[in-house]
Design a protein around this ligand. Structure first.
Ligand code: NAP
Length: 293
């Protein structure tokens, strides 16, 4: 039987409608318009697309957006000065520095310089620490998007065995943290796999919920999952181009084969992807709400 499709595009739309109402309320009650600043260094086409999408989402939802595009040879000193200026700008409630940064810049220094109260990406160590102990105001965008995808599809993580493949600071580790928080958190038993894992399939076969974020197509095949598994495919891999020159995307999971065994699965595109920017918008609104409390 084919799996239930977890439709990120629809769920994201639902959340954006909720955010729009919250923004309206903030405007009416407190006279504040949430503001997001984005900084892009260099000409990387992928990064340009992502920053453009964030700007577009702000405009659609009524969030004030301030974008700064800088040449790739910008010095770390100048970048840090800009971050400091935005930290002190009352119109700006969220600051996002698009990664990756050019090699001559130490990304950690830049992330550490962002005011944790404006760190809407949830990359600052203060926010990472708070996430770990379960007191975070901001939740990291992609992992939070995954939580919402499951919650709004009526899939509980409570008492389930969640297996995460990939241990990045952006997806794998934070989603592990969210899944293992006590109620009302994920309350799951969590296993985290990576390239050092011996016999990956032995672990993925045990998963009630499998979250895959590795960046390699078809890492997970049908023989690696059990019947009824819920699959969240975070991967975004460009596997070719259409005759019109548009990128063809695939996830990390062999979708066609795995969906025959899964009870629910996210497609790529249209699964996790649309949620990430939506949760960034949500964090920007949360940053304002914290000021109003
Ligand atoms: P990353 O930083 O490159 O990390 C990949 C992780 O996967 C690493 O921990 C690596 O293990 C592990 N890995 C790689 N191959 C493996 C294998 N064969 N078996 C087990 N583990 C393996 O990647 P990321 O930033 O987390 O992103 C992962 C994917 O998700 C990419 O395709 C990215 O584009 C996508 N992504 C999508 C969104 C979205 O909004 N949809 C957001 C973020 C990322 P080691 O640590 O041992 O090297």
């Amino acid at each position: 039987m084919a799996a239930q499709l977890i439709k990120g595009t629809e769920i994201s739309k639902q959340i954006r409608e909720e955010i729009t109402k919250e923004i309206q309320k903030l405007k009416e009650k407190h006279g504040i318009i949430p503001g997001l600043a984005t900084i892009l260094l260099g000409e990387d086409p992928g990064s340009k697309v992502y920053v453009g999408q964030k700007e577009k989402a702000c405009n659609k939802l009524g969030i004030y957006s301030e974008r700064t595009d800088l040449p790739s040879e910008t010095s770390q000193e100048d970048l840090l000065a800009l971050v400091e200026k935005l930290n002190n700008n009352p119109k700006i409630h969220g600051i996002l520095v698009q990664l990756p940064l050019p090699k001559h810049i130490d990304a950690s220094n830049v992330i550490y310089a962002i005011d944790p109260d404006k760190d809407v990406d949830c990359f600052h160590p203060v926010n990472v620490g708070k996430l770990m102990i379960g007191t975070g105001r901001f939740l990291p965008c992609t992992p939070h998007g995954i939580v919402e995808l499951l919650r709004r599809s009526d899939i509980t993580t409570d008492g389930k065995h969640v297996v995460v493949v990939g241990r990045s600071n952006i997806v794998g580790k934070p989603v592990m943290n969210l899944m293992l928080q006590p109620p009302p958190g994920g309350n799951a038993t969590v296993t985290l796999c990576h390239t050092g894992t011996k016999d990956l399939a032995a672990f993925t076969k045990m998963a009630d919920i499998l979250i895959v974020a590795v960046g390699r197509p078809k890492t997970i095949t049908a023989d690696m999952v059990k019947e009824g598994v819920v699959v969240i495919d975070v991967g975004v891999n460009r596997i070719g181009k259409t005759p019109e020159g548009k990128a063809i995307l695939a996830g990390d999971v062999d979708f066609d084969a795995v969906q025959e065994k899964a009870s629910a699965i996210t497609p790529v595109p249209g699964g996790v992807g649309p949620m990430t920017i939506t949760m960034l918008m949500k964090n920007t609104v949360e940053a304002v709400k914290a000021l109003c409390n």
